[in-house]
Design a protein. Sequence first.
Lengths: 120, 432
Amino acid sequence: MRYLTVMRDSRPATPPPPELMAEIMKLGEDAAKAGVLLDQGGLAPSALGARIDVADGSLSVTDGPFAESKEMISYAVYEVRSKEEAVEWCTRFMRLHQELWPGWAGECEVLQIFGPEDFQ
Amino acid sequence: MAATDSTDSPGSRGSVHPSVEAVWRIESPRIIATLTRMVGDVGLAEELAQDAFVIALEQWPDKGVPPNPGGWLMSTAKHRAIDLVRRRATYERKLQELGHRLPAPHEPDLDEALDDPIGDDLLQLIFMACHPVLGREARVALTLRLLCGLTTDEIARAFLTSEPTVGQRVLRAKRTLAAKGVRFEMPAPADLPARLGSVLEVVYLVFNEGYAATAGADWARPALCDEALRLGRVLAGLVPAEPEVHGLVALMELQASRLPARTSPSGEPVLLLDQDRARWDHLLIRRGLEALERAEALPGRIGSYTVQAAIAACHARARTPEATDWTAIAAYYEILGRAAPSPVVELNRAIAVGMAYGPERGLEILDGLALDGYAQLPAARGDLLAKLGRTAEARAEFERAAAMTRNDRERAIFQRRAGELRPAPRPSAERP
């Protein structure tokens, strides 16, 4: 089962502590070496992006930044055997933030990507 | 020990917390590996690891999941192992005091049991589970059990056999390892290529078992592809300097990338050149090509997995079937055939040569081939003859192939090809 995980945070004023970055690297390496992390990446601020909306029958393209309280900042793709396994890897990722970046607040969503087995 | 050996991992027992099971799946190989180093016996190590899980299942629902569940499990399991080793030592000392002499048991290494930052434990467990003293089926079952955390029931379903059969197979494998005195250690450098070959063989067997079964109703079988891929990636992390490990990973990633496209909605197999390439898994293709690059960049002889991956890569890189680099594929099959001559490789080379240099050249190679009862041979000949417009001969070959195969779906394809070649308004049935 493949999962997309996306993390959002409220773009804190301070940069992430170097210790956190080191631990994130290590966790990513662990997950890759466990054979479950297929892909990951960081996302630039939405100020550099755009959004295409369709509403009330009309389509509009708007440049960022988007007026959300939290911005999407990274994603990962896991290949695991259960939702709980994806949740466990993500929990480890979030716990690092909790422990090493005081005051930080954010969220991570774990979403299943449909595979061929879902269309049997 | 027999009773516990045939039971499933704690995670599979009905009413368990699924997140405990998830932690088991993630952590159990490493925990079992570390405990095997401590107690010397892989069956005992597995039992001790399961004990730790039972404790987790009892405690976590009440006390909550600890902040570091993996670390908690590892230290709980280690404590149980240390207790056991101490009890044994006390027992042996008392026996000696009474004047008995026992054969020296495995000396556990308690001081070193603390940490394993480079993953040697896990690698040694892989080498142990894939040890050549074990038969192929035993190696596969033990590997799935210890390294992938599959239950005996899951293994039985995947291999279309019964749970007691798999339980017995695992149990006998553990006993064989103990009886033959297989030690938990890295193979000697001189033995390494053969021992690694045995590991790669097991991984690819598991992969193919899943790959061959994608049309089946039970997804326990195709899930074997995922298990093999994961295991291959783990291995690549543990022995990154071995080109063939990356070659095998590349081969599996590239083959798995076609899984979504290789069966039609009605379950019929779709041949490679007829597949909808938009349905190929491009994330796996990217990973496969990267792994192939790593394999080719490393010093050492190019092995057969790497060459097969290079062939798969030729297909993966081609955006359309017409863009396939058949010249390169034909050359790779020649390399493969030289390293390990086989009629099946020759057959594939003939097909590639036919595509690269024309059907006559392909037929020349096929004419020298003898492959009794192998339906792909007349089918390949039929395909080349059809391209040359030798319709009647082509039809006869497809009819022969249809009579030969034992696979119903394959037979239907051959019969359809033969039917398309009936004397009709247009004699040529060109296919891409």
